[in-house]
Design a binder for this molecule. Structure first.
Ligand code: SF4
Length: 482
């Protein structure tokens, strides 16, 4: 694994989307969208963009970098006119971190134009792009977001209402998509029939907001209304909020949102993610107890589970690793000398907590295992007498095709090694994972409503694995995913 400062050793979330519709808040929309994106920053750190529309003209500012790097007072002021806003933060899954890939994206033909912000990944993007090209659309790239926009434009050309047009376009999409879109005087939000990635609606003064997570609503003072249902299209305009319900044969919210991706203060189905993570830690303590003196988290994502583990086991909790919250967010390329320092640039152990102690360290997942190995060494170097590694999710055994930058099967240590082999690889005294059943139980969701495919191979979209895996992998690698 080539580790640099950007690399946390974790799967990368692909994107966050945000939308706002309010005439009452005109003049404040760009700023509120800025804060919405600020709250969703964890979902993508490579580029950010905001589009503002007055129903006729749409202005967009997008660039590489964090929300706070892309936008300043001057840039936000250039986005003052309009009552519809669209926002996006992006992490590129193919390494093509360029300005062209920043969103919101536009696509149009003739008089019809849409601006789109997308979180997810279409597994049929290549064939869809070929079909749309045959239908006369021209593309500069193989972007699944552009294909979503073009397919919507195609249906709008038939004279359908925007809700019906999006529903018709959705029949052509296969995969994960949580989308916010601006078309003329309407803000549209739509969700794939499986509901892989989260998407919710809130109420603001004189209108509505949509956000990948509830933390995006909270930060602007929006009142949470509900989640966008799997398969649903929501159209917001001056006459209010209109819902076009769609079919959802198999809801499959990504369980990894609970394990790692979502912010702990976000809520799914009214339940805080932090609570689910805490229960994962408690169940882990039941399933995999350890004789130890202290429980420490790998910050930040391991904190809630470590608190839960400590509570259930009775072993005291302490912060034993201090995270530098900023080093992983720099765009300055590390020198080889800095790379040698590796993990220590991001995590510094506290000897007063660790020295001479038997330590239980709680992490949310292990992907390739290299970061875990460095972490274990860091703890032993800081004086730990034993390191009991506990993981608050099961071994990752397969890649994700639904909008998460997960490694290939060959690179996933959980796909190719036994737990004992992984323990030996990372050098821990003991190693244990949470069971699949306990992970699901901790979310409070029925098993049938979650995607757990990277843990158990049960891919909700047929053809995402098995003999089609290679083909889909090609699609995945050949398109820009979000
Ligand atoms: S395969 Fe894993 S990461 Fe991807 S959507 Fe399913 S549970 Fe989430």
């Amino acid at each position: 694994m080539s580790e640099d400062l950007q690399d946390s050793g974790k799967p990368k979330e692909a994107c966050g989307v945000f939308g706002l519709y309010s005439r009452e808040l005109e003049g404040e929309l760009a700023q509120r969208t800025y804060f919405g994106l600020y709250a969703l920053q964890h979902r993508g750190q490579e580029s950010a963009g905001i589009a503002i529309s007055d129903g006729e003209r749409t202005t967009v500012v997008r660039d590489m970098g964090l929300v706070s790097q892309v936008f300043d007072e001057r840039r936000l002021a250039s986005l003052e006119c309009g009552h519809i806003a669209l926002g996006h933060v992006r992490y590129s899954t193919t390494g093509s971190a360029s300005w062209e890939n920043a969103q919101p994206e536009f696509h149009g033909r003739g008089e019809l134009n849409v601006a789109v912000a997308h979180n997810g990944n279409l597994v049929n993007a290549v064939s869809l792009g070929e079909e749309l090209t045959a239908e006369g659309f021209e593309f500069n790239s193989t972007s699944d977001t552009t294909f979503i926009a073009a397919a919507a434009v195609k249906e709008l050309e038939q004279g359908r209402s925007v809700g019906e047009a999006v529903q018709a376009a959705m029949r052509r999409f296969e995969g994960a998509y949580s989308v916010a879109m601006v078309f003329r005087d309407k803000l549209v939000a739509f969700h794939d029939p499986h509901g892989f990635r989260p998407l919710c609606i809130g109420e603001v003064e004189g209108g509505y907001a949509v956000s990948s997570e509830t933390c995006g609503l909270d930060i602007i003072g929006a009142r949470f209304l509900r989640e966008v249902a799997p398969g649903e299209v929501v159209v917001i305009d001056d006459s209010g909020l209109h819902s076009f319900k769609g079919e959802s044969p198999r809801p499959a919210l990504c369980v990894f949102e609970y394990v790692y991706f979502a912010r702990p203060d976000s809520r799914f189905d009214g339940r805080e993610v932090a609570g689910a993570r805490g229960r994962m830690g408690e169940l882990l303590a039941e399933e995999a107890p350890a004789e130890a003196d202290v429980v420490i988290p790998v910050p930040d994502s391991g904190i809630s589970a470590a608190v839960g583990y400590s509570k259930r086991s009775g072993i005291p909790y302490a912060e034993g690793l201090i995270k530098n919250r900023y080093v992983g967010r720099t765009f300055i390329q590390p020198t080889d000398g800095m790379r040698q320092l590796g993990l220590r640039l991001k995590l510094n152990p506290l000897p007063s907590v660790i020295e001479g102690r038997r330590v239980v360290v709680i992490d949310d997942s292990i992907v390739r295992g290299n970061t875990s190995r460095k972490l274990v060494k860091l703890l032993f170097d800081a004086g730990a007498t034993e390191v009991h590694f506990r993981v608050s999710s099961p071994p990752i055994t397969g890649p994700c095709y639904y909008g998460i930058d997960m490694d290939t099967r060959e690179q996933l240590v959980g796909a190719n090694s036994s737990v004992e082999e992984i323990r030996a690889h990372i050098g821990a005294t003991t190693l244990a994972y949470l069971s699949n059943e306990a992970m699901v139980a901790a979310t409070g969701q029925p098993k049938g409503r979650l995607c757990r495919a990277c843990f158990d191979g049960d891919y909700p979209i047929p053809g995402s694995s098995g003999k089609f895996a290679l083909e889909n992998r090609t699609h995945y690698a050949g398109t820009r995913s979000r």
